[in-house]
Design a protein around this ligand. Structure first.
Ligand code: ADP
Ligand code: MG
Length: 400
C-alpha cells in the first residue's frame, strides 16, 4: 500500500492529467445538462425493493422442452417480469413494445419466442435484431448461442470495426438470426450482400439509445427493406412523447408492456457525488478511492476517447490494473479488454458512454463518473451497469 502510495505521489498525476487549454481545445466545451448534482446522491432502496415473483417457472411455460433444458443450464428458473408478460403475446405473433430498464432480461424475452418459432419451422433469416452498439450485438449473439446449444440453430452478428468482406462471406452461410448495428447493416444492404425482403421478424433493441446515437434514418431504411415483415418487437428503457409518432410508423398496432419494478437499476445503487475542491488532484482522489476495500470491479466513465486513454494509462502507472474501451479501439481490442474485466484480470475498465452501452458484466461493484455525464439519461444508463441481479451497487460522480 505504502509503496503504491509513494509511487503515486511521484507521478504527479494532476500535472499531466490536466490537458493544455482545458483539454477540449479542438471542440467547443460541451456542457452537461445536469444542473442539480443533488440528483446524483441517493441511497439504494433495498428495503422497499419489489422483486417480481413470477407465478410460473420456465418449466410451466409453453416452451419447447429442448429450449427449457438450455434455460435450466443457464440457471434461468423463473422468468423475469418482461419475459413472463411478453412470451404468450410474442409467440402469437403480436407486434410489441416493451418498456423496461436495463437488467430486466429483455434479451431472452425476444430470443425465446424467436427460437420457439425456429424450432417449429426452420427458415433462413427468420429474424433481424438491430442493436445500438457492437458490444451489445456480441452479447445478444452469445445469449442466442447459449440458449440454442445443440439445437442446430445459428446466429451471426454484423458490427462496425470488423472487415466488411468477411461479413459478406459470413452472410452466405446459414444464419437464422441476424444481429447488427445500424451502420454496418446499412453497408451490407448497400452492397446487396444483405437482403431482408424475406425476413419476417424485426427486433429493435435499446431503441432509445439508437435514437440518441442518431440512427433514425438507418433504422427507417432497414425497415423499408423488410417487405415481408410480420412481427416487430421494440424494446426501450424509456419512450419520449416526441418519439411516439415515429414509433407508430415502425410498429403497427402493438401491445405495450411496461415494467418498472423488479431489477430497476437505479433504485439498487447507492449514489454519491465527490466534490473536487479547486486545485485538488482529482486523479489522486480517484486512485485513493479505488484503492479502498471492496472496489473489486470498477467501471470508470470518462467523456472523451482521449480522456479514457489518459485515465487508463495513469491508473496503470499508479499500480491499479486497468484497460479501456472506446470507439477508436479495434473490435478485437475491445473484446479482449471486456473479457479481462469480466474475468477479473483487470480491476478497472475505463470507457466512454457509447462503448459501454448495454454491457452486461456481472458483479460490477462500482461505477465511477470521472466527469459529469452529459445528461441524466446517460447517467442512469451508466449506473445501471452496477446493482444488477439482486445486488446493491455503488456509484460515485466527481463534480468539479
Ligand atoms: P436487459 O437487456 O433488460 O438489460 P439482459 O437481457 O441483458 O437485460 O439480462 C440481464 C442479466 O440477467 C443477464 O445476465 C441475463 O443472463 C440475466 N437473466 C435474464 N433473464 C433471466 C432469468 N429469467 N433468470 C435469471 N437470470 C436472467
Ligand atoms: Mg438488453
Amino acid at each position: 500500500m505504502n509503496a503504491i502510495k509513494s509511487k503515486r505521489n511521484k507521478n504527479r498525476a494532476h500535472t499531466r492529467l490536466k490537458p493544455k487549454n482545458g483539454g477540449q481545445s479542438r471542440r467547443p466545451k460541451r456542457q452537461s445538462s445536469i444542473v442539480d448534482s443533488d440528483l446524483l446522491i441517493k441511497r439504494a432502496t433495498n428495503k422497499e425493493e419489489v422483486i417480481y415473483e413470477a407465478h410460473r417457472s420456465f418449466d410451466d411455460m409453453p416452451i419447447d422442452s429442448r429450449l427449457k433444458r438450455n434455460l435450466a443450464k443457464k440457471g434461468f428458473v423463473k422468468p423475469s417480469q418482461i419475459q413472463d408478460e411478453s412470451l404468450d403475446l410474442l409467440k402469437s405473433g403480436r407486434n410489441f413494445i416493451g418498456i423496461a430498464n436495463t437488467g430486466t432480461g429483455k434479451t431472452a424475452a425476444f430470443l425465446i419466442p424467436i427460437i420457439e418459432r425456429l424450432l417449429r419451422q426452420r427458415e433462413q433469416q427468420t429474424a433481424l435484431v438491430v442493436v445500438p452498439t457492437r458490444e451489445l450485438a456480441l452479447q445478444v449473439e452469445k445469449e442466442f448461442i447459449s440458449l440454442t446449444t445443440g439445437l442446430g440453430l445459428y446466429a451471426s452478428s454484423y458490427i462496425g470495426g470488423t472487415s466488411v468482406n468477411k461479413d459478406i462471406g459470413k452472410l452466405k452461410r446459414k444464419s437464422h438470426v441476424i444481429i447488427g448495428t445500424p451502420g454496418r447493416l446499412i453497408d451490407l444492404i448497400n452492397q446487396k450482400a444483405l437482403r431482408l425482403n424475406r425476413t419476417p421478424i424485426l427486433v429493435l433493441d435499446e431503441f432509445d439509445r439508437m435514437l440518441d446515437m442518431g440512427f433514425v434514418r438507418d433504422i427507417k431504411r432497414i425497415v423499408e427493406g423488410m417487405t415481408s415483415r410480420r412481427q416487430t418487437m421494440l424494446f426501450s428503457a424509456t419512450i419520449d412523447k416526441s418519439q411516439k409518432d415515429l414509433i407508430k410508423t415502425l410498429v403497427k398496432n402493438p401491445v405495450e408492456i411496461k415494467v418498472n419494478s423488479g431489477t430497476s437499476s437505479s433504485d439498487k445503487v447507492d449514489q454519491d457525488i465527490i466534490k473536487v475542491p479547486t486545485g485538488a488532484n482529482k486523479f489522486k482522489m480517484m486512485t485513493d478511492l479505488i484503492s479502498g476495500a471492496g472496489f473489486d470491479k470498477v467501471l470508470v466513465f470518462a467523456e472523451t476517447k482521449r480522456w479514457v486513454d489518459r485515465v487508463t494509462k495513469k491508473l496503470n502507472q499508479a499500480g491499479i490494473t486497468a484497460d479501456q474501451i472506446h470507439g477508436n479501439k479495434s473490435q478485437n481490442y475491445r473484446n479482449n479488454a471486456l473479457a479481462k474485466f469480466k474475468k477479473g484480470s483487470v480491476q478497472v475498465l475505463v470507457a466512454t458512454d457509447v462503448a459501454a452501452r448495454g454491457i452486461d458484466v456481472t458483479g460490477i461493484t462500482h461505477v465511477i463518473n470521472y466527469q459529469l455525464p452529459m445528461s441524466l439519461d446517460s447517467y442512469i444508463h451508466r449506473i445501471g451497469r452496477t446493482g444488477r441481479a439482486g445486488k446493491t451497487g455503488k456509484a460515485f460522480t466527481f463534480v468539479d
